[in-house]
Design a protein around this ligand. Structure first.
Ligand SMILES: Nc1ncnc2c1ncn2[C@@H]1O[C@H](COP(=O)(O)OP(=O)(O)OP(=O)(O)O)[C@@H](O)[C@H]1O
Length: 251
């Protein structure tokens, strides 16, 4: 049985003369947090977009659970269980916390608004939604209007939405952004739990968080992966230190 949940092979994407993805190959294995780091403009977001389905590569393939999904839309990939999380804009601020989780879950089946009212009466769905809220520690907030949540609580709510969808892999683009030290520490602990359910490909600028939680790290520089390895491998890799960590030391 193949251990790779996600397998990216030789992805290339150019914007004019700029090779934003210059032959990128990487995999995401069951049970791991694989962090993708790199300086500003290295091509992290461009790669995540191609994996999630929002941007078409010029060449190369994206395999998810053994299936070639390169030609699929974002929605088709999401239905297969490729979850992209931590997009605060996806929350409906005027709805309650519980309604947002149910909305997220119903969204999986397509027509969000048409099914929304009946969904709020669907006992099985409500049970799943409440279980997800309990897992992120928002169970006492289910009737609170989302707009009234703190920034950190909104991030927790997004995780609850993602959990209700039961994804088979998570793509996370800077989940710690704007969370502060305490919040980012709490989220790091939670990611350790979450990865047991589905492995996580994590783009993150907070190096302390990455070093604290990643099982493997890949370093992207000018559209190319210059190293993949454990935290210790990456910390001690001279090329990485010059290309990336050295920059931080100098800053
Ligand atoms: N749609 C686009 N058109 C033209 N150039 C683009 C486009 N999207 C990204 N780029 C360029 O591709 C390169 C990689 O950008 P990308 O946003 O993927 O980097 P990043 O590693 O995510 O950066 P950051 O850490 O700052 O978010 C940059 O030079 C960027 O200017």
């Amino acid at each position: 049985m193949e251990n790779n949940v996600l397998k990216i092979h030789d992805i290339r994407k150019s914007f004019g003369a700029l090779a934003a993805s210059d032959g990128i190959s990487l995999d995401l294995r069951a049970g791991e947090i694989h962090a993708l780091i790199g300086p500003n403009g290295a091509g992290k977001s461009t790669l995540i977009k191609q994996i999630a389905g929002g941007l078409k590569p010029d060449s190369g393939t994206v395999q998810f659970l053994g299936q070639d999904v390169t030609g699929m839309t974002t929605a088709q990939r999401a239905r297969l269980g490729l979850g992209r999380t931590f997009q605060i804009s996806a929350l409906a601020m005027e709805y309650t916390v519980l309604e947002n989780v149910v909305l997220g879950a119903v969204g999986q089946s397509g027509s969000v608004f048409r099914f929304f009212k009946p969904a709020m009466k669907d006992a099985a769905l409500l049970t799943r939604a409440r279980a997800a809220l309990a897992r992120v520690g928002l169970e006492t907030q289910e009737n609170v209007v989302t707009a009234e949540l703190s920034h950190g609580q909104r991030r927790q709510l997004e995780v609850a939405v993602a959990l209700t969808l039961a994804p088979k892999a998570f793509l996370m683009d800077e989940p710690m952004a704007g969370m502060g030290a305490e919040g980012s520490k709490a989220l790091t602990g939670f990611l350790q739990e979450l990865k047991q359910e589905a492995p996580i490909l994590l783009v993150e600028h907070d190096m302390d968080a990455v070093f604290a939680c990643a099982d493997r790290i890949s370093v992207l520089v000018y559209g190319k992966i210059i190293a993949t390895g454990s935290v210790d491998d990456i910390r001690s890799n001279p090329e990485v230190r010059i290309a990336y960590l050295g920059e931080e030391d100098a800053a």
